[in-house]
Design a protein around this ligand. Structure first.
Ligand code: ZN
Length: 150
């Protein structure tokens, strides 16, 4: 199987059966993100345990890329500390915008690397990450490292 086929299958699978999709009761943070270029809309909810993401869920409506990206993101950051999640955001940002980032560093999230050939879709894939960063900030605004938003 070609790598591109594998990536496509991961995206189709996560779009069809999004992981961690739905309401999260008693969330510490709930932030809505909107991508006007495509119409993607999603809400990310977090439950923190100290500095770690104890639980994360998302809800919303969007294109296949935005839904698959959010699904993959929730799997990737659950259990991670705030700093680890933001470091992953940074690596994803570099991957999505075409700057070099070895696929191994991002694991399954590499399935989204194909969007860098379609600049209009980059925001579809990065929407959930920007929303996550806002949610982390809203859960605990103390000493959060600066996050690039572009
Ligand atoms: Zn989209």
């Amino acid at each position: 199987m070609e790598l591109n086929d594998l990536y496509r299958d991961v995206i189709l699978d996560h779009n069809r059966r999004p992981r961690n999709f739905g309401m999260l009761e008693h969330a510490d943070a709930s932030v809505e993100g909107f991508n006007p270029m495509c119409g993607d809309r999603l809400t990310v909810r977090l439950k923190m345990a100290g500095d770690a993401i104890a639980d994360i869920r998302f809800e919303g409506e969007g294109c296949a890329i935005s839904t698959a990206s959010a699904s993959l993101m929730t799997e990737a950051v659950k259990g991670k500390t705030r700093a680890e999640a933001l470091a992953l955001f940074d690596r994803m940002h570099r991957l999505l915008t075409g700057e070099t980032a070895p696929a191994g560093e991002v694991g399954k999230l590499a399935a989204l690397s194909g969007v860098r050939e379609f600049p209009a879709r980059v925001k579809c894939a990065s929407l959930c990450w920007h929303t996550l960063a806002s949610a982390l900030q809203s859960a605990d605004p103390r000493d959060l490292p600066a996050v690039s938003t572009e």
